[in-house]
Design a protein around this ligand. Structure first.
Ligand SMILES: [Zn+2]
Length: 512
C-alpha cells in the first residue's frame, strides 16, 4: 500500500511561500511514499507511462501539509475530561503514570491507538510521543511501537527520563507535606528497576534501531531541573552518538523558576545555563512550554539556535501562564506547536494550538505585529518539524518531501466561502472538513474515517479497559484529597516569592 503511485488531481495546494489566502490549483504525484512532482497538468504529462495506482479527485479540496504535533504524551489519552484546571504539580499527583499501578498491554495498546486516531482525524500526521512507561518494560514499549506502525501515524518517539525527586524540587513540598505522603511525591517519570535511565534509553535505541520508515528516535530528559548533571551529560553524549533531537520540558510553571534559583545557583539559577554546561544547548534542543523564561535566557537560546515548542491549551489547564511569544519572535527563536497530554489539554487539536498562539500573542502585546494565521500554519508544520528533527522531510508540500498531507472539503461550513485558506484553517476549522489523510503516501483516513484500523474494535477495546483505569483513578483521587491541603499551601506560599517576571494575562496583579 505504502508504495502506491498516487495522483492527486486539481486541489488547491497550500504553499507556505505562495498565496496563503487562495492557494493555486495543482496536481501532486506521490511515489514510494514521497512527493515526486507538484505541478498542474500532471495527468497529461504522465500519459504514456504506466497509469497511477490511484487517482484522487481533489476538485473542491484544499490540500494542506499534515500538522506536526511537536509535544504529546500517549500515556494518558484515556484521561481526557477527568480534571478541571489545576496547578501543574498538583495535576502531576492526579495524572502521571508513577501514581498508578502498571498498566496492562491491552490498555497500553488501546490508549496508543486512541491518541493516534485522534491525531489523524484532526489532520496531524506526525506526533512527538514523549512516553512514560511506569514501570518500564520492553513488552509494553513494543506494544506502543506496533500500534503506531499499524495505524500509520508518523512518530518521533522518546522515553521520558529523570532522576531527581519532585519532593526536593517543588518549592515547600518537603517542609509542608507530612512524611506519610512523601512516597507519592517522588519522580515524575519511571526508570527501569536496577538500571539507570541512560542505560534503559540507550539499550532500547540499540535494540530497536533507526531503520524505520515512519518512526524515529528522540531523547527526552523530562526537564533540566528534574535531571542530574550525569543524566544530562549522558543524554548529550547519546544525542551526539546517534544524531538525535533532544526534546524536554522547560519552565512550564512559575515554581520552577524559584526551584532553579535555589538548586542551580552554580549556573546562575538558570536551567538554560545548566543545559549549556551539560553540552545540550544547541540547534538539536527543543524546549516545550518555555513560559517562565527570562529575557537573558531567551537571548541565549536564540543565539544557540535552540527552539521552543509552545502548548497553549495545556498551559491554560495547568494554570501555568502564557509563553512570551513576542519575545521569542523578536529574538528570532523558531517556534513549533504541540497539544500536550490529553489529561491536561483534553484534545489533540493543532487548530486550537494555532488559534491560541495567535490570540494569546495578540492580547500579550498592544503592538500590531503579532503572529498572523500564515505564521501559525508555518509553526504547526515547518516549525514543529524542525523541533522534532524532521526539517526538510515533512511540513510542506514540495517534491522530495515525505507525502504527509491532508485534503479538506471546501464545501463544509468552516471553509465555505473560502476567504482565506490560512485564516480559516487557524480561526475556523475544527477538523470537521477533513476528508482524506495520507502519511508517507498511505491513505489512512478517507471520508473523514480511519482506514488503517477498525474504529469499532478500538472503541470496544477502550470500553473494556476504562473500568480498571477509573477504579485506579478513584484511589489516586482519594490519596490526592488527603495531600491536597499541603500542596495548596505550597502553591500559595510559592507566590510570596517575588521572581520579577509575570506570565499571567488579564490578572489584576501588578504585571510590570
Ligand atoms: Zn509534556
Amino acid at each position: 500500500m505504502a508504495d502506491q503511485r498516487i495522483l492527486i488531481e486539481g486541489g488547491l495546494v497550500y504553499d507556505h511561500d505562495g498565496d496563503t489566502d487562495w492557494p493555486a490549483a495543482s496536481d501532486i504525484l506521490i511515489e514510494d511514499g514521497r512527493i515526486a512532482r507538484v505541478e498542474l497538468g500532471l495527468a497529461a504529462a504522465l500519459a504514456g507511462q504506466a497509469p497511477p495506482d490511484r487517482v484522487i479527485d481533489a476538485g473542491r479540496r484544499l490540500v494542506v501539509p499534515g500538522f506536526v504535533n511537536a509535544h504529546y504524551h500517549s500515556h494518558d489519552t484515556l484521561m481526557k475530561g477527568m480534571f478541571e484546571p489545576l496547578p501543574l504539580h498538583m495535576w502531576f499527583i492526579n495524572a502521571l503514570p508513577p501514581q498508578y499501578p502498571r498498566r496492562g498491554s491491552e490498555e497500553v495498546r488501546a490508549r496508543t491507538l486512541l491518541g493516534a486516531a485522534e491525531c489523524l482525524l484532526a489532520g496531524i500526521t506526525t506526533v512527538q510521543d514523549m512516553l512514560t512507561l511506569f514501570p518500564f518494560d520492553e513488552a509494553s514499549l513494543d506494544v506502543v511501537l506496533q500500534a503506531y506502525e499499524e495505524i500509520g501515524l508518523r512518530c518521533v518517539f522518546s522515553l521520558q527520563v529523570g532522576d531527581q525527586m519532585a519532593i526536593d524540587r517543588v518549592p515547600h513540598w518537603r517542609e509542608l507535606v507530612p512524611e506519610e505522603f512523601h512516597g507519592y511525591l517522588g519522580s515524575a517519570v519511571g526508570v527501569a528497576a536496577g538500571a539507570g535511565p541512560l542505560d534503559m534509553v540507550s539499550s532500547q535505541i540499540e535494540r530497536i534501531g533507526h531503520d524505520h520508515r515512519r518512526f524515529s528516535w528522540a531523547l527526552s530528559p523530562t526537564s533540566a531541573i528534574m535531571s542530574s548533571p550525569e543524566l544530562l551529560a549522558g543524554i548529550a553524549a547519546l544525542a551526539d552518538a546517534h544524531d538525535l533531537p533532544v526534546l524536554s520540558h522547560m519552565y512550564e510553571s512559575r515554581p520552577e523558576v524559584i526551584s532553579s534559583r535555589i538548586h542551580l545557583a552554580d549556573h546562575g539559577g538558570s536551567q538554560i545555563e545548566y543545559m549549556r554546561a551539560m553540552g545540550l544547548l544547541g540547534p538539536r534542543l527543543a524546549l516545550a512550554h518555555s513560559i517562565w523564561m527570562s529575557p537573558a535566557e531567551i537571548a541565549a537560546i536564540a543565539e544557540a539556535g535552540a527552539r521552543v515548542v509552545l502548548n497553549p491549551a495545556g498551559n491554560m489547564k495547568s494554570k501555568s501562564g502564557v509563553a512570551p511569544i513576542q519575545a521569542y519572535r523578536r529574538a528570532g527563536v523558531e517556534i513549533g506547536l504541540g497539544c500536550d497530554n490529553c489529561a491536561c489539554s483534553d484534545v489533540q487539536s493543532m487548530f486550537q494550538a494555532m488559534k491560541l498562539f495567535c490570540g494569546l500573542a495578540a492580547i500579550s502585546d498592544p503592538g500590531l505585529d503579532t503572529p498572523t494565521a500564515t505564521e501559525a500554519m508555518r509553526a504547526a508544520t515547518q516549525g514543529s518539524a524542525a523541533a522534532v528533527g524532521l526539517r526538510g522531510k515533512v511540513g510542506a508540500i514540495r517534491p522530495g518531501m515525505r507525502a504527509d498531507l491532508c485534503l479538506y472539503d471546501l464545501d463544509r461550513p468552516t471553509l465555505l466561502p473560502l476567504n482565506s485558506a490560512a485564516r480559516q484553517m487557524v480561526y475556523a476549522e475544527t477538523g470537521t472538513s477533513l476528508d482524506i489523510v495520507l502519511v508517507d503516501g498511505r491513505v489512512v483516513v478517507e471520508d473523514g474515517r480511519l482506514t488503517s484500523i477498525d474504529a469499532d474494535a478500538l472503541a470496544e477495546a477502550v470500553e473494556s479497559v476504562i473500568g480498571g483505569l477509573r477504579d485506579d483513578q478513584r484511589v489516586v483521587a482519594r490519596r490526592y484529597e488527603a495531600i491536597r491541603p499541603y500542596l495548596t499551601e505550597a502553591w500559595n506560599r510559592s507566590w510570596k516569592t517575588d521572581i520579577d517576571m509575570d506570565r499571567y494575562v488579564g490578572s489584576d496583579r501588578e504585571t510590570k
